[in-house]
Write a protein that binds this ligand. Structure first.
Ligand SMILES: Cc1ncc(COP(=O)(O)O)c(C=O)c1O
Length: 445
């Protein structure tokens, strides 16, 4: 939102105040927006499940964005969490999320990750390959426990998204093909330290069309029905993947639309097969975190570059900011598109075609590929990039030895640091020569 002064504010805190207090680049998370999206998601899914005579569990996919503070919000707001590594599990536990409300994913979980999950009493482990059946059973057996597990299925449906975001087409690393599932379910059921909770799917991420979800859900319900012959299967986990708007022209369907279509398909399929509707689980990440985050950057240099990719020769302003692919890898990874605005002031200048780029040594280091900023955009202006709440901080790196930015939560006109920014000293904490040289210097005065 823009103030009368022309400056953009976030939950009542002006951009310039945030930049002055915390520096740039800066991740700004709107606490109310995040929590409202989490609660809305939970309620929408629960209501839709009730309408087809079942209940639902909503797991926030913590890979989208995680800190102990985020975990504590989700814990208070009644969501569950899915984690994809021992580190994510540790962060969620430290934030107060009970292990019983979590699910552990991963196509290559270490024995240590499995062991800790079992010890802490994790609610479910999602099996992604045959060898994990023995590994999880052994860990549970060693602790005299019965571990609930799901089996991730690759339904073979190609979700309509970027290839690297589609996770249920055939030639990729996640899940088990449907044809192999019966043998693996039998194997799970034969392990007395495992309890089979049900099947799992995740068809991909940033999906705009419901058809892929619907077809995949139908296939999974048929598999579920078929395997009921061998024993009860209480749940069915249909994953996440609901797309969000990144640019003003994007028109993501509502969550109600996606969920309604999926629920209708599940109910119809269950009815046709003569089975009860199982408890349904979903794992949205981006839908909850994405639009709650903004990144603030400071402009450093500006260059006008002639471009000839349209009908007419044109000039594109390359606006370089003080971060880049180390705080937002998505444009380089997935050709992701973003939208930016001038945040510290407004301007009546004509819009100019811009490309916002980072400061890294890669020509693919792009933050906003195509957008418009006022033509008088200048060094030291603040630029805000919208919808960076998901898969930006969590994918951040120290490329070119850039320290990771801080994260602040804004609410009701005030800002609170929830992750401090890295300092140059942080970059050397694990460099042993640096540390021993520093110790020597300190000893020698
Ligand atoms: C297994 C699983 N569940 C859920 C998600 C969350 O997806 P999204 O953030 O698109 O909702 C992912 C993301 O890759 C995933 O791999």
């Amino acid at each position: 939102m823009r103030r009368d002064s022309g400056e953009v504010e976030f939950a009542g805190v002006p951009a310039s105040e945030l930049a002055a207090q915390f520096g740039t680049p800066l991740f700004v998370i709107d606490e109310q927006a995040f929590r409202a999206a989490a609660i809305h998601t939970k309620q929408t899914i629960e209501r839709a499940a009730a309408s087809i005579g079942t209940t639902a569990k909503v797991y926030y996919a913590s890979k989208a964005f995680l800190s102990t503070e985020i975990a504590s919000w989700l814990q208070q707001d009644g969501l569950n969490m899915d984690v994809a590594s021992g580190g994510e599990f540790a962060a969620a536990l430290a934030g107060g999320m009970p292990a019983a409300r979590m699910g552990l994913h991963g196509n290559n979980k270490s024995l240590r990750e499995i062991g800790r999950a079992v010890t802490e009493g994790i609610g479910a482990i999602v099996i992604d390959s045959e060898i994990e059946i023995e590994r999880i059973a052994a860990a549970a057996g060693a602790q005299e426990k019965i571990q609930p597990v799901r089996l991730r299925i690759n339904t073979g449906v190609h979700a309509n998204t970027h290839d690297f975001l589609a996770t249920a087409r055939e030639d990729q690393k996640f899940g088990i093909p449907i044809k192999d599932a019966p043998a693996l379910v039998a194997k799970i059921r034969a392990e007395r330290h495992l309890k089979f909770l049900g099947f799992h799917q995740h068809v991909g991420s940033q999906i705009f069309a419901a058809e892929g979800f619907v077809e995949s859900a139908r296939r999974l319900v048929r598999l579920h029905a078929q395997e009921l012959a061998g024993g009860e299967i209480p749940e069915l986990n249909l994953g996440g993947g609901f797309g969000i708007n990144y640019k003003p022209a994007d028109q993501a369907p509502t969550l109600e639309h996606f969920i309604g279509q999926i629920m209708d398909a599940v109910a119809e399929e269950c009815k046709a097969l003569g089975i009860g509707v199982p408890v349904l689980a979903f794992e949205p990440g981006r839908y909850i975190a994405g639009n709650a985050g903004v990144t603030l950057y400071n402009v450093g240099t500006i260059k006008d570059v002639s471009v000839t990719d349209g009908a007419e020769p044109a000039v594109r302003k390359y606006v370089s900011v003080d971060g880049g692919m180390s705080d937002n890898a998505r444009p380089a990874l997935y050709e992701a598109e973003y939208h930016c605005v001038l945040a510290g002031r407004s301007s009546d200048a004509e819009p100019a075609l811009v490309r916002v780029v980072g400061k890294h040594c890669e020509s693919g280091d792009i933050v906003v590929r195509h957008d418009y900023l006022p033509a008088d955009v200048a060094p030291y202006d603040l630029v805000a990039v919208a919808a960076t709440g998901a898969y930006c901080y969590s994918l951040s790196s120290n490329y070119n030895f850039l320290p990771k930015p801080p994260v602040v939560a804004v609410a009701n006109g005030s800002a609170r640091l929830i992750i401090r920014g890295e300092t140059e000293a942080d970059l050397f904490t694990r460099d042993l020569k640096y540390q021993s040289d520093a110790a020597t210097r300190a000893t020698n005065g």
